[in-house]
Structures are given as structure tokens and as C-alpha cells.
Design a protein around this ligand. Structure first.
Ligand SMILES: [Zn+2]
Length: 128
């Protein structure tokens, strides 16, 4: 097995994951729409419950959107031939790390350093 073959395998995993998320997202979206359209008794407790369900589904979709972005970025990195290279030092990220974390853009050492540097600060979108 060489890295190119491994990358193809990871690409398939990413594309399958992307499809799964889109399907799940579509399901959640339908559920949300059904919830909003349902004619419910305007009692306080029911409204509160509907709002809670609404919030959960919305945040779920937000997390899914974020993952799609990470998948697309990883696929783009594959297309441009830089996938699997650490963005900081340029070494090939070990395959076992890529298999566990297909979105990884840094080697373990640089990822740890990056985490330490950004810890405590406000949440920032990972630079892709
Ligand atoms: Zn590195």
C-alpha cells in the first residue's frame, strides 16, 4: 500500500461521509419544517418543548455544516495535491493519523503546539 492508494481510500470515506451528512441534514430539515408547520396547542409547556427541539435540530445542522466544510477542504487539498502534508512544517502526516483524523492539516507535534497556542483564546475557525 502506498500513500496514493491510501488517499483514494480516505477520499471514498470522506465522500461517503459527506453524502451521509447531507441525507441526515435533509431529514433533520424535514423534521424542523414539520415541527414549525404543525398546528399545536399554544400552551406554554408545549411551546417550550418545541423551541428546545428546534434549537437541538438547528445546532445539529450547524455542526453538520461545519463538517461538510472540513470534508470539502480536505477534498480540495487532495485535488491540489497538498493533502497529508503538515501546513506548518510540510512533513507527510503519518497515515494512521490521517485515517483517524482525515481532516488533519498538521502533524501531531504542530497540532499540539497549535492547540496550546490557541487555548484560552476565543473559538476561532480552523484555518484551512
Ligand atoms: Zn508539522
Amino acid at each position: 500500500m502506498n500513500r496514493a492508494t491510501d488517499y483514494l481510500k480516505i477520499r471514498e470515506i470522506l465522500q461517503r461521509r459527506r453524502r451521509d451528512i447531507l441525507h441526515a441534514n435533509l431529514g433533520a430539515h424535514r423534521e424542523l419544517t414539520a415541527l414549525k408547520n404543525s398546528d399545536r396547542d399554544p400552551e406554554y409547556e408545549e411551546n417550550a418543548q418545541a423551541e428546545l427541539a428546534d434549537y437541538t435540530l438547528s445546532s445539529l445542522m450547524e455542526a453538520q455544516r461545519r463538517e461538510i466544510m472540513l470534508i470539502d477542504a480536505a477534498l480540495r487539498r487532495m485535488d491540489t495535491g497538498v493533502f497529508g502534508e503538515c501546513v506548518d512544517c510540510g512533513v507527510d502526516i503519518p497515515m494512521d493519523r490521517l485515517e483517524a483524523l482525515p481532516f488533519a492539516i498538521r502533524c501531531e507535534e504542530d497540532a499540539t503546539r497549535h492547540e496550546l497556542e490557541t487555548r484560552g483564546g476565543h473559538y476561532a475557525t480552523p484555518s484551512l
